[in-house]
Write a protein that binds this ligand. Structure first.
Ligand code: CMC
Length: 427
């Protein structure tokens, strides 16, 4: 495509020059902020699929080329060489930390892991049968009642640390509550991922020896999920924050947005699909054939992506991580075998090739979580653990951007035109 030099809009007899914004990777946007005041028109873009809501220097995605980078660093390098806390610092501060910055950040995060003791009572007031996702959203929202509102930069910094350090504790506590087990307190001598595994799987009767290979894979999963630019939950965090709502309230709203099956819930669907294939005795080929048949309404879950049309770089990393976990645990995993067979067949099938359908991040993450014993209803809670630092980085960028205005989209009204109220006996 030729480089666009300017954009010009003709609406009736009005002409409008639309200033162009060009990003550092040369993606371009036409600024329509004066469109309504000059022409009376608004743009109509359901789902905002073609709308840039902000300028951001955090995450870059090129879906055609399968590129994802945080602050310019390719996701493959971060997943291979960085840790989740180092990547979180990068997202929050724009640069990789030096040794003393990383040490201090790690110290801060590992020493703020305890929850206020009243959270035990808070959790106990929720039914055990409840899903852990609304439990975590409610607890994060309740942080506003327990901790001061982040008004000064110093308190904001404490709030950021609190969210990143306490989220694994409340996630593990939500799980323990749902299975009726005693809550396990954090251990500050463990790394971020190790500590979470400890709180999930230790009991007062038996300690849990954390396997460093499993902890490393969990760290990789958190890195891969840490940010994905202006997706539904991140846009929610920014939109709520644009009203000057505090960080806890904004993150809680993001958690609720992430819970939807079209967003953070897809890896659960992959597991359900793999279970169904195995239980109903389908071969991988038979299931792929069903997914190609439009009448069946079946899709190959974990395949295809709205943005990535070549490959999902996160899925590449996870395929290897998945093999590492299964090898390490020495488990024969029928789900993984089915997943591999499905991938092999689909990647060589004309239907999937023509439509650019490749495995996405969810194709493998569910299999990994299940192999390490994370229950299916905790998958989205895990996704949120990784996304926490991205949400916070995006929220802070929004708050520091002088161009931020309260989010307030317009609409095309399609209801009744004005009419007069009538008394009951005349309706
Ligand atoms: N299995 C079979 N056919 C598919 C699939 C699939 N997984 N995905 C897309 N298609 C077909 C679809 O039927 C359509 O065919 P046709 O052109 O003949 O009508 C074509 O491919 C284009 O589909 P689309 O729905 O227009 O594509 P989209 O970009 O709007 O949808 C998607 C992307 C992710 C919603 C879709 O690929 C899908 O439903 N995948 C399965 C669910 C899934 O894995 N979701 C997780 C996404 S990753 C989450 C994240 O990054 O946070």
């Amino acid at each position: 495509m030729n480089k666009i030099e300017h954009a010009h809009l003709k609406a009736g007899d009005q002409n409008l020059d639309l200033p162009l914004s060009t990003g550092t990777e040369n993606e371009m946007g036409a600024d329509i902020s004066k469109l309504r005041s000059t022409t009376g028109l608004i743009t109509f873009d359901p789902g905002y699929g073609n709308t840039g809501s902000c300028k951001s220097n955090i995450t870059f995605i090129d879906g055609d080329k399968g590129i994802l980078s945080y602050r310019g660093y390719p996701i493959e390098q971060l997943a291979e060489q960085s840790s989740f806390l180092e990547t979180s610092w990068l997202l929050l501060n724009g640069e990789l930390p030096n040794q003393s910055q990383l040490k201090e950040f790690t110290h801060q995060v590992t020493t703020h892991t305890m929850l206020h003791e009243n959270f035990r009572g808070f959790l106990n007031s929720l039914p055990k049968s409840g899903h852990p996702m609304p439990m975590t959203a409610a607890m994060v929202s309740a942080f506003s009642a327990f901790y001061p509102e982040p008004e000064s930069p110093r308190v904001l910094q404490e709030t950021v640390i609190r969210l990143i350090s306490k989220y694994p504790t409340l996630a593990a506590w939500a799980y323990k509550h749902s299975v009726g087990q005693p809550l396990i307190y954090p251990r500050n001598d463990l790394s971020y991922s190790e500590n979470f595994l400890h709180m999930m799987f230790a009991t007062p009767c038996e300690d849990y020896e954390v396997d460093p290979v499993i902890a490393r894979v969990l760290d990789q999963l958190l890195i891969l999920h840490a940010d994905h630019e202006q997706n539904c939950s991140t846009s929610t965090v920014r939109l709520v924050g644009s009203s000057q709502a505090n960080l806890f309230a904004s993150i809680s709203a993001g958690l609720s947005a992430l819970w939807g099956p079209l967003h953070g819930g897809a890896n659960q669907k992959v597991i359900e699909m793999l279970d169904a294939i195995s239980e109903m005795g389908y071969t991988a080929q038979e299931f792929v054939d069903r997914a190609k048949d439009k009448k069946s309404q079946v899709r190959l879950m974990g395949f295809g992506h709205r943005v990535y049309k070549n490959f999902d770089p996160r899925a590449k990393v996870l395929k290897k991580a998945c093999q590492d976990v299964v090898e390490r645990l020495g488990i024969s995993n029928r789900q993984l075998e089915i997943a591999m067979e499905l991938e092999e067949i689909a990647l060589n099938d004309e239907y999937f090739i023509e439509r650019n359908l490749y495995p996405n991040v969810d194709f493998y993450s569910g299999v990994i979580y299940r192999s390490i014993g994370i229950p299916v209803n905790m998958f989205t809670v895990m996704f949120a653990m990784g996304r926490m630092s991205g949400w916070i980085a995006q929220w802070m960028e929004m708050r520091n951007d002088p161009d931020t205005r309260i989010g307030r989209p317009r609409q095309i009204y399609t209801g009744q035109t004005q009419r007069d109220w009538a008394p009951l006996d005349q309706r």
